[in-house]
Design a protein around this ligand. Structure first.
Ligand SMILES: Cc1cc2nc3c(=O)[nH]c(=O)nc-3n(C[C@H](O)[C@H](O)[C@H](O)COP(=O)(O)OP(=O)(O)OC[C@H]3O[C@@H](n4cnc5c(N)ncnc54)[C@H](O)[C@@H]3O)c2cc1C
Length: 356
């Protein structure tokens, strides 16, 4: 089959069933409550995962129509052209991809149009070639962030506007909060429910079945997936489509494959399914100036890639630095309960370059 996104399949005549274990996120007061989200864990799944040593933890992995993007920071960055080449990092060599950035470039443009990305080119020296501009102008810096941008520039750095899938007026109409980590119930954030599938679901051939928990996949003698076994409202069901696309997220896709094949696993001759998982290996940094008040609401409009490819002074790549959504006392209390005053900080997220 020709490679197409779900939204491009609308109108194709193909009959498509989407099995989703979650439900649509309801619009409740908790969706804009720092306390409900960051202290009470209201939206977290009611399940525990285990560390290799058996220690249980509640994962920050969300089960709703739209998946984790319902809570995401909506930063829609392209990988840099250098990310596709072999590169030496502090942790070792990141091998080259089998194709260069240019191969994906038109698809990035299509995705940016689907997610209605707000951005601005020409500020970040690491920005790869764009043959199409961002479809919308940037989300504006709030005054405290505009000051931070000017101060960083004065130091010779290259602060750049974050490309964001956020309609800021629509978001703030739902409440004066940041969007990073906050669930999206309207059209403010362009996520995997509100952006591409919203249009696709108008096609009567495309059906979304919620509370449909996929347990296993069944392979035929040639290894082709012939059936999907799932539980829907407590009832066990079996679906036999012509083609199965497994897209349950990095961890649950692997978990489904590993528990298939009578528990022996499927598509795992390499023994690599579920291994080599990568997550942000990141640090948050809070800058506090007792003489300045950060009165921002959403804050998250700025990044720095001065250390992404070179580590600053010709050293090895370090990573991307970008603003977090505005941190308040409730978030600090949840993470540092003993000494969390209600501070007016500016908070930054430091993430290693993608090769590490
Ligand atoms: C707080 C937060 C902030 C983030 N910020 C950003 C950001 O700014 N920019 C960025 O690019 N990324 C960000 N991310 C990461 C981004 O959200 C994920 O990388 C992305 O959503 C992954 O998409 P996916 O489709 O692979 O998986 P998921 O989003 O996990 O979607 C998988 C879907 O499958 C469903 N599912 C799982 N198991 C089953 C099963 N057994 N049966 C049926 N359905 C199942 C889930 O409910 C879910 O809807 C953030 C994530 C979080 C949590």
């Amino acid at each position: 089959m020709e490679r197409r996104s779900l939204s491009a399949l609308a109108g194709s005549g193909a009959r498509i069933a989407i099995l989703e274990r979650g439900e649509r996120l309801p619009d409740t007061p908790e969706t804009r409550s720092y306390r409900s989200i960051f202290v009470d864990g209201h939206f977290r799944p009611k399940e525990m995962w285990r560390e290799p040593d058996g220690t249980a933890f509640n994962p920050g992995n969300f089960y709703f129509v739209g998946g984790n993007s319902k809570l995401f920071g909506a930063v829609l960055l392209r990988y840099r052209a250098e990310d596709f080449t072999e590169m030496q990092h502090l942790g070792g060599v990141s091998p080259a991809w089998p194709f260069p950035y240019e191969k994906l470039e038109p698809w990035y443009g299509k995705a940016e149009r689907l997610f209605e990305v707000r951005g601005e080119l020409g500020q970040d020296p690491t920005e790869p070639v764009h043959t199409t501009p961002y479809p919308h102008g940037p989300v504006p810096d709030e005054p405290a962030i505009a000051r931070a941008r000017a101060e960083l520039k004065a130091q010779g750095l290259h602060p750049a506007t974050l490309p964001l899938g956020v309609d800021i007026d629509a978001w703030l109409a739902g409440g004066r909060t940041p969007w990073d980590g906050f669930p999206n119930t309207g059209k403010g954030k362009k996520d995997a429910e509100s952006a591409p599938p919203a249009a696709a679901l108008n096609d009567p051939n495309i059906e979304l079945i919620t509370s449909a928990h996929v347990e296993t996949l069944e392979a035929g003698p040639g290894g082709r997936i012939e059936a999907v076994h799932y539980t829907h409202n407590g009832e066990r069901k079996r679906l036999c489509p012509k083609l199965v696309i497994l897209s349950a997220g990095a961890i649950n896709s692997a978990a489904i494959l590993l528990r298939s094949g009578d528990g022996k696993g499927l598509a795992n001759r390499s023994d690599q399914v579920g291994r080599n998982f990568m997550n942000h290996n990141c640090s948050a940094m809070l800058a506090i100036n007792p003489f300045q008040r950060n009165d921002s609401v959403y804050q998250k409009t700025l990044m720095l890639n001065d250390y992404y490819l070179t580590g600053g002074r010709g050293g090895l790549p370090l990573g991307n630095v970008q603003l977090l959504g505005k941190i308040n006392g409730d978030i600090l209390k949840a993470n540092a309960p003993r000494y969390a005053p209600r501070l007016h900080s500016t908070s930054w997220l430091a993430m290693p370059s993608t090769g590490t």
